[in-house]
Design a protein. Structure first.
Length: 135
């Protein structure tokens, strides 16, 4: 032995290090699905619903981002400026007028993590009504 390291041991250590680094990277990766975009009746604003898939190290794998943007802005806003909810199923979003939108969150789908949103908020002149229910 006397300071001599077997070549198989070195190769095993390198392979183990590469595997650990790769798994660590995969475990932290986030992916975003294509947004579902719903334009307001006058076409001036857009509600985007985007699914975020967390890495394996997050206890809540699926997150839904709901955001409102002006139609001139090209991309959705992250994190969602309306709400972010842990759920596999997207919230139901309906424009009720040119300046009002309703968001419904069904908690019976198994998602559990989110801050309880206010019943109503205003974003860029749009009134957002949020309701949370469970069947």
């Amino acid at each position: 032995f006397g300071g001599h390291t077997d070549i198989n041991t070195v190769n095993y250590q390198r392979a183990a290090l590469m595997l650990a680094l790769t798994m660590g990277h995969v475990g932290c990766a986030k992916e975003y699905g294509p947004p579902t975009s719903i334009a307001s009746p006058d076409g001036k604003h857009i509600v985007d619903i985007t699914e975020e898939i967390q890495g394996a190290n997050d206890p809540d794998v699926f997150w839904q981002h709901v955001s409102i943007r002006t139609a001139s802005r090209a991309k959705p806003i992250f994190p969602g400026n309306v709400l972010v909810v842990s759920s596999r199923k997207a919230p139901k979003v309906v424009w009720t007028s040119e300046s009002a939108v309703a968001v419904e969150i069904n908690r019976s789908d198994g998602g559990a993590s989110f801050e309880i949103p206010p019943k109503e908020k205003r974003i860029d002149g749009i009134t957002v009504s949020i309701s949370v229910w469970k069947k």
